[in-house]
Design a protein around this ligand. Structure first.
Ligand SMILES: *[C@@H]1O[C@H](CO)[C@@H](O)[C@H](O)[C@H]1NC(C)=O
Ligand SMILES: *[C@@H]1O[C@H](CO)[C@@H](O)[C@H](O)[C@H]1NC(C)=O
Ligand SMILES: *[C@@H]1O[C@H](CO)[C@@H](O)[C@H](O)[C@H]1NC(C)=O
Ligand SMILES: *[C@@H]1O[C@H](CO)[C@@H](O)[C@H](O)[C@H]1NC(C)=O
Length: 667
C-alpha cells in the first residue's frame, strides 16, 4: 500500500508527460478528498475540517430556464451546498425507457451547481418520499400487484439495480474525489420510518452503490430521531444522519444521532423551513424567527445542516404525491413549502433571516441578492367551451377502449397518471332512484359520474354512493382521476382507478369499456385549439374542455392564474401542464405560471379541463389589470399579480373551504 501510493503520482506524471499533456494541472485528483473525521467530529474536505450549510432544491419542481436563477439565489444566501433528490419515476417512465432531456437533464442541472460554486449532497433514492408521486418509485412496479416495495423482493431489487446501473455511472465522474462537486450520496430515504425494516435490502443497496460509485464516496442515511426509526434506517457502512425541524430540541435531537453515531459530524439532513400543504387543509407556515433561531443553535454546535426546502417550487402536471393519515391526503400543486425562496423563486423575509444567521458563521458572497423575478398581470382570458370530455374520447384515447367484465386498475392497463373513463350500460330500467356505489376506499381517487348527464362525484374516503335513475341501455360513464400516489408510510402500493366493483343496488355492474386517456399528448400536439368545437350536449356541468388565447404585450414574465367560480381541474398553457387547480377545496387559490411557458408575438393557447362545472356567469373577482386580450366568452379566468417586485403569495388568505362539492342527491 505505502510503496504503491508513493509511486503512483510519479507514474501519473510520467504518463501525462508522455502524452504531451500541458503541465498546468488542476490539483492532483489524489488531493481531493471528502471524509468523516471521527476524532474531531467533523467532515474533512481535502484534509481540512469542514461543515456544510446546505439547502434543498428539486430540479423536477423548477422549470429548467429558472434553474440558474434559483441556484444563484441559493449561492448568494451563503449556502455552501445544495441537496438534490433524483426522482426515479421522472426518468424511467416505462421499464427500460429513460428520459434525461429538457427538465429531466439532471446532468445539466448538476453542471450548473458546479458552475455556481455549490457543492452537492445527492439523494438518488431509489425511494425519495419528497411528497412526490409514489415517493419517486415508478408506478409500473405495481404492474406486479404483489410486489413488496422497498424490500429484498427480487422483482423490486431487479428494477432498482437496472435503474442504478443507468443513473450512477452519470454520477460517478461528478463525485468530489473524481474532480466533481458531489461530496456525499444518500442511500434510500428515512428507511427507518418504513414498516419493512429489511436490512437485507439496505445491505443490497450499499453493495450496489459501492460497486457503481467506488469505495471512496461518503454514503449516508437520513432518519427521524425516534429510536425505532434509527434502528431500522441505519446500517454499518452508511453514516447515519437525522432530520428534524425548528420545533425540536436541538440538544435532544442530536443526542439521538449520538445513539447511532457516537463520534463523527452532527448532521441534520432535513431542517424544515416550512411544511407542505394538503388539499382541504389550512396553509402551513413556520415563523422565520423560529427557523433562524434553530439554525443558529445547530451551527453553534458545529453541526452540518441542510434546509428542507430552500426552494420548494411546483408539482407540475401529475407529480404531486399524497400522504395517508387516517385517510388519503393529496398534496397541493404548489410546493411553496413556506420556504426561504418562494414558489416563484423570490427571496422572502425568511431567506434574509437565514442569511443573517449564516453570516455569523461564514462569509457571505460579495454582491447583492438577485431581485425577485418580474411578474405581469395579463388580465382576463375569455374561455369558450370546446367539448365535453366524453365527446373527445376518439382524440384522447386513439387506441380505443379495453374490454373487461369487471373494472381494472390503472396499473392493470398500464396507465401511470391522470384519467381513465370506465363505461358500461345500465342492465335494466331504473324507474325509481337506486344506489350506485362502490366499496369504501375503492374509488381511487375521485370518480365523476355521468348518466346521460353529470350526476356527481364519488370520493376515495368520502361519498361513495349516488342515487340514480335511468333506462336499460343508458350509458353510464365514470371518469376516474388519480390525485397522486401516496409517498410516505406503509401504503405506498397505492393502486389507482376503480379498485372494486361499481354496483347498482348491490348488484355489480359488468361489461365495461375502459378508456385510458392520454390528454397530455393531444394537448401538446395543439388539440383542441386546432380542432372545431363540438356542440355541447351536456351544458356546463361535468368534465369538459375549455379553450382561450391571450397575447402578451412583448414580455413573457411569470404570472399567477386565478379561477373565480371554477371548481376543479387541470390547466395547460401552450401544451405545458401547470397542474391541478381546486379553489373550492383550497387552500391553494392560484396556479404559478412560469414566464418560460409563454410565447411573445403569437397567441398563447390556454386549455382547461374542468371536471365538475364551469361558473354559470363570468365572475370578475380579479381586477382587470394588464393588457390581456378580452373577448365575449362564456367563462373567464384571470391572470393576475398585485404589483411588480412584490413577493406574491401563492395563496389567497381566505379560510380553507373543506366541505368540497356536494353531489346532488338524485341524478
Ligand atoms: C433541550 O433539552 C435539554 C436536555 O433534555 C434540556 O436541558 C434543555 O433545557 C432543553 N432546551 C430547551 C430550549 O427546551
Ligand atoms: C395501510 O397499511 C397498513 C399497514 O400495513 C394497513 O393495516 C392498512 O390496511 C393499509 N391501509 C390501506 C388503506 O391500504
Ligand atoms: C366483482 O364482482 C364479481 C362478480 O361478483 C367478482 O367475481 C369480482 O371478484 C368482483 N371484483 C372485485 C374487485 O371485487
Ligand atoms: C395554438 O393553437 C393554434 C390553433 O388555433 C395552433 O395553430 C398553434 O400551433 C397553437 N400553438 C401552440 C403553442 O400550441
Amino acid at each position: 500500500m505505502a510503496s504503491g501510493s508513493a509511486v503512483a503520482p510519479l507514474f501519473l506524471l510520467w504518463l501525462l508527460l508522455l502524452h504531451n499533456v500541458p503541465l498546468a494541472l488542476p490539483a492532483s485528483p489524489l488531493a481531493r478528498s471528502f471524509e468523516l473525521d471521527y476524532e474531531e467530529d467533523c467532515f474533512r474536505k481535502d484534509g481540512a475540517p469542514f461543515r456544510y450549510i446546505s439547502g434543498s432544491i428539486h430540479y423536477a419542481r423548477v422549470p429548467r430556464p429558472a434553474w440558474r436563477d434559483r441556484l444563484l439565489k441559493m449561492y448568494m444566501s451563503g449556502l455552501s451546498a445544495v441537496q438534490v433528490y433524483v426522482p426515479w419515476n421522472y426518468h424511467e417512465p416505462r421499464p427500460g425507457v429513460y428520459d434525461f432531456v429538457g427538465n429531466r437533464d439532471v446532468e445539466a442541472f448538476l453542471d450548473l451547481t458546479a458552475e455556481l460554486g455549490l457543492l452537492v449532497i445527492l439523494r438518488p433514492g431509489p425511494y425519495i418520499c419528497a411528497e412526490w408521486e409514489m415517493g419517486g418509485l415508478p408506478s409500473w412496479l405495481l404492474w406486479k400487484p404483489d410486489i413488496v416495495l422497498r424490500s429484498s423482493d427480487p422483482a423490486y431489487l431487479a428494477a432498482v439495480d437496472s435503474w442504478l446501473h443507468v443513473l450512477l455511472p452519470k454520477i460517478k465522474p461528478r463525485l468530489y474525489q473524481h474532480g466533481g462537486n458531489i461530496i456525499s450520496v444518500q442511500v434510500e430515504n428515512e428507511y427507518g420510518s418504513y414498516y419493512a425494516c429489511d436490512y437485507g435490502y439496505l445491505r443490497h443497496l450499499l453493495g450496489s452503490f459501492r460497486a457503481l460509485l467506488g469505495s471512496e464516496v461518503l454514503l449516508f442515511t437520513t432518519d427521524g430521531t425516534q429510536p425505532e426509526e434509527l434502528h431500522c434506517g441505519t446500517l454499518q457502512g452508511l453514516y447515519a444522519t437525522i432530520d428534524f425541524g425548528p420545533g425540536s430540541n436541538v440538544t435532544e435531537a442530536f443526542g439521538a444521532q449520538r445513539w447511532v453515531e457516537p463520534k463523527g459530524p452532527l448532521v441534520n439532513s432535513e431542517y424544515y423551513t416550512g411544511w407542505l400543504d394538503y388539499w382541504g387543509e389550512a396553509h402551513a407556515s413556520t415563523s422565520s424567527v423560529r427557523v433562524a433561531r434553530g439554525l443558529e443553535n445547530m451551527l453553534q454546535m458545529g453541526a452540518s445542516v441542510n434546509m428542507y426546502m430552500f426552494h420548494g417550487g411546483t408539482n407540475f402536471a401529475y407529480w404531486s404525491g399524497a400522504d395517508f393519515k387516517d385517510q388519503y391526503k393529496p398534496v397541493t400543486t404548489s410546493y411553496d413549502y413556506d420556504a426561504p425562496l418562494s414558489e416563484a423563486g423570490d427571496p422572502t423575509e425568511k431567506l434574509f433571516a437565514i442569511r443573517t444567521v449564516i453570516s455569523k458563521f461564514q462569509p457571505l458572497p460579495a454582491g447583492p441578492m438577485p431581485s425577485p423575478t418580474p411578474k405581469y398581470a395579463y388580465g382576463r382570458v375569455a374561455l369558450q367551451k370546446h367539448a365535453d370530455l366524453l365527446d373527445a374520447l376518439g382524440v384522447l384515447c386513439p387506441s380505443g377502449p379495453i374490454q373487461s367484465q369487471f373494472p381494472l386498475t390503472f396499473e392493470a392497463i398500464k396507465q401511470a397518471h391522470g384519467f381513465v373513463v370506465y363505461r358500461t350500460q345500465l342492465p335494466r330500467d331504473v324507474p325509481d332512484p337506486a344506489t350506485l356505489g362502490a366499496p369504501p376506499h375503492s374509488i381511487c381517487d375521485r370518480g365523476y359520474v355521468m348518466l346521460q348527464k353529470y350526476c356527481g362525484t364519488l370520493e376515495r374516503d368520502g361519498q361513495t354512493t349516488l342515487r340514480v335513475m335511468g333506462r336499460a341501455g343508458d350509458t353510464l360513464d365514470v371518469l376516474l382521476e388519480n390525485m397522486g400516489r401516496i409517498s410516505f408510510g406503509a401504503n405506498i402500493s397505492d393502486f389507482k382507478g376503480l379498485l372494486g366493483n361499481l354496483s347498482l343496488d348491490s348488484s355489480p355492474l359488468s361489461n365495461w369499456l375502459i378508456y385510458p386517456l392520454d390528454i397530455d399528448t393531444a394537448v401538446q400536439q395543439g388539440w383542441p385549439h386546432a380542432a372545431l368545437p363540438k356542440p355541447s350536449r351536456r351544458g356546463r356541468a361535468g368534465p369538459a374542455f375549455y379553450t382561450g388565447t391571450f397575447e402578451t404585450p412583448g414580455i413573457a414574465w411569470d404570472t399567477f392564474v386565478k379561477f373565480p367560480g371554477w371548481s376543479k381541474g387541470q390547466l395547460w398553457i401552450n401544451g405545458f401542464n401547470l397542474g391541478r387547480y381546486w379553489p373550492r377545496r383550497g387552500p391553494q387559490q392560484t396556479l404559478f405560471v412560469p414566464g418560460s411557458v409563454l410565447h411573445i408575438g403569437r397567441p398563447n393557447n390556454v386549455t382547461v379541463l374542468e371536471l365538475e362545472g364551469a361558473p354559470s356567469t363570468p365572475l370578475f373577482s380579479c381586477p382587470p389589470l394588464g393588457q390581456g386580450k378580452r373577448g365575449p366568452g362564456l367563462n373567464s379566468f384571470c391572470m393576475l399579480i398585485p404589483h411588480l417586485s412584490q413577493t406574491i403569495p401563492g395563496f389567497m388568505l381566505t379560510p380553507p373551504h373543506t366541505s368540497g362539492v356536494k353531489a346532488p342527491l338524485y341524478c
